[in-house]
Design a protein around this ligand. Structure first.
Ligand code: DGL
Length: 272
């Protein structure tokens, strides 16, 4: 059966990172059903080859298509960089939303003329990233750093562990020392590290650029254009699937709810 407006939205990531996108999607579209696929058994993707990543993401896409999804959000910069072209060719009927490092808004808003970009080794060393940086940021200095080890820390629930902060410090301090006033989070796992990142920045002037809310808005617009937004008024259902174990699925659900609650609390506090 072809997907219709009541079909679910599909989200893919190598693991927990897509939670940062999932949260914004369900906040923007609370009545939509959402199915999340985490390739926990093969995470991280960041050190893999293009060929490996493409075939892993294809498995995720096929799994979500069997669930009848109406759109697929590739909630992973690495997977987007490696596979989005192939996916669009292979499934021309399926709308895909991809994630590219948010260099453009950072380059437009920087005052110091220096921005930092933190992504996986695959993303920051890719041709796609070089093009994006050339297109939007040739007039400024871009410090792109591979956040090796960070995805593993998030997967293991060690966001606030001392060794995570040591890693983050190693990547972010040189950006700050060079005068960067924007930090682009170019891996969807990194918004889950926003607390230690804020601790490192302290009172220095550096704004964190997280593309998740913009991706959710873009997904909503795409669905609206295609007449694919649900008109149901009940709360949407949230399904989690993983190539890993039952434990991975439980973890995913718990961490997703925790992240969503934390984000809501922070916003409520800021509004008061
Ligand atoms: N969340 C993925 C990204 O945005 C993590 C990649 C990985 O598994 O290394 O790049």
């Amino acid at each position: 059966m072809a997907p219709d407006k009541h079909s679910p939205i599909g989200i893919i990531d190598s693991g927990m990172g897509g939670i940062s996108i999932w949260t914004e999607i369900i906040r923007a579209m609370p009545h939509e059903d959402v199915v999340y696929w985490a390739d926990s058994a093969n995470c991280p993707y960041g050190g893999r080859t293009k060929r490996e990543i493409v075939s892993l993401v294809e498995v995720g896409v096929e799994t979500l298509m069997r669930k009848g999804v109406k759109i697929i959000v590739i909630a992973c910069n690495t997977a987007t960089t490696a596979a989005i072209g192939t996916l669009r060719e292979q499934w021309p009927e399926m709308p895909f939303v991809g994630l590219e490092p948010a260099v453009k808004p950072a380059a437009q808003s920087t005052r110091s003329g220096v921005i930092g970009v933190l992504g996986t080794a695959y993303t920051v060393n890719s041709e796609m990233f070089r093009h994006t940086a050339e297109k939007y940021a040739s007039h400024i200095q871009v410090i792109a750093t591979a956040g090796n080890g960070l995805v593993e820390q998030v997967e293991n629930g060690r966001e606030n562990a001392p060794e995570t902060e040591i890693l983050l410090r190693r990547y972010i301090e040189p950006m700050l020392a060079a005068g960067a006033d924007r930090l682009v989070l170019a891996c969807t796992h990194y918004p889950l590290l926003v607390e230690p990142i804020r601790r490192i920045i302290g009172d220095r002037e550096m704004e964190i650029v997280n593309p998740a809310p913009a991706i959710a808005r873009h997904t909503l617009e795409l669905l609206r254009e295609r007449g694919l937004l649900t008109d149901r008024t009940k709360q949407g259902e949230h399904d989690f699937l993983s190539s890993g174990t039952e434990h991975d699925i439980r973890q995913l659900r718990t961490r997703a709810e925790q992240y969503r609650n934390k984000l809501n609390e922070t916003e409520n506090r800021e509004q008061k």
